[in-house]
Ligand binder design. Structure first.
Ligand code: SAH
Length: 341
């Protein structure tokens, strides 16, 4: 079987080429053809040797993901359903912002984190996505839309820190100057709080943005709605975030979904501001997107505003996010694994 080219961060491609008797610098040339020029037929890679072209052709595949459907409610949000080689269907969501084009990528087929409000957890994790399947989401959407994606959020189905190594290699590919060259500051990884990986992430050479799905200001409530909190409780999580900031000096985002009468009281806003006081961060308040299987409702606008104002009053950097894509079930927490059968 051929190797999927998109599985290779450049350092691994170099290692592989060298092990086969080729020169390491050829990897730079191949990267430029594939990612900069969008040329995936080795025959046309005119500045590399005939031997290497033949080798590439017989050893590598450069296929896009198979598009099942594209749904777009409006010009601003589009959902792409892609079928993987083993028949699993995943979703990627493209969002048009005033600052550019952002793609929300899926990191796992299904999710085993079991957050009580999120549709992605309705089907347990089937498997991790490979590096190539992550990269191909970006390449395929660029090929379909003929547009350059400028921002990546790893916030689709799955827990990126439960597929850490592949997600990091994915970031290495899309960030590389001869890869898709998406700036580290334009890449965000969101985690429900897998603490050991937050420490590891802080040591990485590539410094992309970190978002933490917080959603509750105390252990009792957080454990009730996010079972990961039993394993990795809040105080330890906050410690890890502080360590991350100390090492990287990068501001952290806390995501907080507003669930009606669950976590949207003024007292919760106060607890939240006490919890994160002193951390260089900002809080992203997210309107809850309905998932029919669960009983949660989104907070009324007045309650959401009251919560927001309370955080402002207490000196927290906070934004109240607008909803995108909920009409096509492409909004956060509405992505679920689709099986065609
Ligand atoms: N597993 C990662 C990334 C995927 S979720 C994480 O937990 O961060 C991306 C964001 O959407 C998370 O903050 C998640 O908690 C949030 N989310 C999940 N379900 C949602 C829903 N129904 N409405 C709004 N946001 C939701």
């Amino acid at each position: 079987m051929k190797n999927n080219f998109y599985n290779y961060p450049i350092f691994k491609l170099k290692e592989y080429l060298v092990s086969q008797g080729f020169k390491a610098f050829s990897a730079d040339q191949i990267y430029k053809w594939v990612y900069e020029q969008k040329v995936t037929d080795p025959e046309f890679m005119t500045n590399i040797s005939k031997d290497l072209r033949v080798f590439l052709k017989s050893n590598f595949s450069f296929n896009d993901l198979e598009l099942v459907t594209r749904q777009g409610s409006d010009d601003t949000t589009n959902k792409f359903l892609f079928k993987l080689n083993d028949g699993i269907v995943i979703e990627s969501v493209l969002m048009q912002h005033d600052y550019g084009l952002s793609l929300c990528v899926t990191s796992q087929a299904g999710c085993s984190m079991g957050c009580s409000f999120c549709a992605s957890g309705l089907i347990n994790k089937q498997r991790d996505l490979s590096v190539g399947e992550l990269v191909s989401q970006v390449v395929s959407v660029e090929n379909i839309t003929k547009e350059k994606i400028t921002h990546i959020v790893v916030m689709g189905t799955g827990e990126p820190f439960d597929n850490y190594d592949n997600v990091m290699d994915f970031i290495r590919v899309i960030n590389h100057k001869h890869g898709l060259e998406i700036g580290a500051r334009h890449i965000t990884v969101s985690t429900c709080g897998i603490i050991p990986k937050i420490y590891e992430f802080a040591e990485e050479e590539i410094r992309v943005n970190l978002a933490i799905s917080l959603h509750a200001p105390n252990d009792e409530l957080r454990t009730k709605i996010m079972k990961i909190n039993k394993v990795y409780p809040l105080n330890d999580l906050i410690e890890a975030v502080k360590d991350y900031f100390e090492k990287t000096k990068r501001r952290v985002t806390f995501e907080y979904i507003l669930l009606r009468n669950v976590n949207d009281e003024l007292s919760h806003a106060n607890e939240l501001s006490d919890l994160i006081r002193g951390i260089n961060c900002y809080v992203n308040l997210i309107p809850y997107n309905t998932v029919n299987e669960f009983g949660y409702k989104k907070s009324e606008e007045s309650r959401a505003n009251r919560f927001y104002q309370q955080l402002v009053k207490r000196g927290i950097n906070v934004t109240l996010r607008k909803e995108m894509g909920s009409e096509i079930d492409a909004a956060c927490g509405q992505l679920r694994l689709k099986n065609l059968e």
